[in-house]
Design a protein around this ligand. Structure first.
Ligand code: NDP
Length: 334
């Protein structure tokens, strides 16, 4: 098959690209500038004839994806602003929403497209005001942060702007799909995937230091090696399993029209630090502070639907941490 995949120069996207190429797909990958693709061309040199980069400098521009979607069977939309040097919520919301709608509108013009997969997040699922343990499923939507952005504007915390952008982008994707599906205008099915924290080895940015990495990679490094972590923990999925989930979301007919939470297990940052300590023979063991290992997890996820329809299996926390430690060692980060 032929797939259009955005965001391939990022953490999640580079793994997704690898899995799709290894599964025999031909991938057309939009990047914002030619330079963003150069290291990918090196890593995936063996797939020269199956990988094509196209430069789309502004994904919010009308018709930005029109020529890129021609001839593709599936679309995977991963690109979205995560951490930005910006203040106004629109800096997140406009690229997230208009980028998503732009991809969908272009896909709607092409008859070959069978499936569109939108990469959402549990950011679009969780209730940020929850004070007790919660179990989330696909019926949950984070509306709260959208309201906070409207009320507080620039003053809202960055993470709130990010979460609002993911909620609004996913919601607009579903609205667009339902409306056009009912009208019979489009032949493809939408799938959305909501992962929590995505952790694991990095195949992009082999040269960079820990501070140069994407957010979730930076956060887990700071927790297990430096002992610095924020209290927001929730659940995790290994990036390699998430890349597999994206492949299944494209290839499994039964996934069509469904929203999925995909997550391995809940965690606390303290759990990860202790696991790292055990696996490294004491090499990494920043203090974990006051910690009750028996306290209930605040955010659990019900992943029964992903199990039933995608058949997704997950690496354990130990497997992910083990591979991360190996990587830190190789890079001289410990
Ligand atoms: P990265 O920062 O590594 O990748 C982000 C990607 O999005 C890059 O390719 C980036 O391209 C692109 N992008 C960002 N802003 C824009 C924009 N305005 N226009 C065009 N492209 C843009 O992050 P991740 O790989 O971690 O995130 C990828 C996706 O996964 C996101 O949608 C994120 O919400 C989702 N996700 C990630 C989680 C995680 O823990 N990592 C958890 C849950 C969801 P460029 O280099 O040009 O900026």
């Amino acid at each position: 098959g032929n797939v259009l995949m955005t965001g391939t120069n990022g953490f999640v996207g580079s793994w997704a690209l690898k899995v799709f190429l290894e599964s025999g797909f031909t991938v057309r990958a939009p990047v914002r500038s030619e330079g963003k693709a150069s290291y990918l061309k090196k890593i995936f040199g063996a797939y020269n004839d199956k990988l094509e980069f196209v430069v789309i400098p502004d994904i919010t521009k009308e018709g930005a994806f029109d020529s890129a979607t021609v001839g593709v069977d599936a679309v995977v939309h991963i690109a979205s602003p995560v951490t930005l040097d910006a203040n106004h919520p629109d800096e997140w919301i406009i690229p997230a929403v208009n980028g998503t709608l732009g991809v969908l509108r272009s896909a709607a013009k092409v008859h070959s497209v069978q499936r569109v997969v939108y990469i959402s997040s549990t950011a679009a699922v969780i209730d940020p005001t929850a004070t007790g343990p919660r179990v989330y499923d696909e019926n949950d939507w984070n509306e709260h942060d959208v309201g906070t952005c409207q009320r507080e504007g620039r003053a809202a915390p960055q993470v709130v702007k990010y979460r609002a952008s993911k909620t609004l982008a996913e919601r607009s994707a579903w609205e667009f799909w339902k409306e056009n599906k009912e009208k019979g205008v489009i032949g493809w099915d939408l799938v959305s995937l909501c992962p929590p924290w995505v952790f694991g080895p990095v195949i992009h940015k082999r040269e960079g230091g820990p501070n140069d990495m994407n957010d979730s990679t930076k956060f887990i490094y700071e927790a297990v090696v430096k002992g610095q972590y924020s209290p927001v923990d929730l659940a995790f999925i290994d990036v390699r399993d998430f890349a597999q989930a994206i492949l299944l979301a494209v290839t499994k007919p039964a996934a069509g029209g469904e929203r999925f939470i995909v997550a391995a297990a809940p965690f606390r940052w303290e759990d990860l630090i202790i696991t790292a300590h055990e696996l490294s023979g004491g090499k990494t063991y920043p203090p974990v502070g006051s910690y009750n290992p028996d306290a209930p997890y605040m955010g659990r996820t019900n992943v029964a639907k992903a199990k039933a329809l995608l058949g997704l299996e997950y690496r354990t926390q130990e497997e992910t941490i083990k591979d991360l430690l190996k990587e830190y060692e190789e890079r001289g980060w410990l």
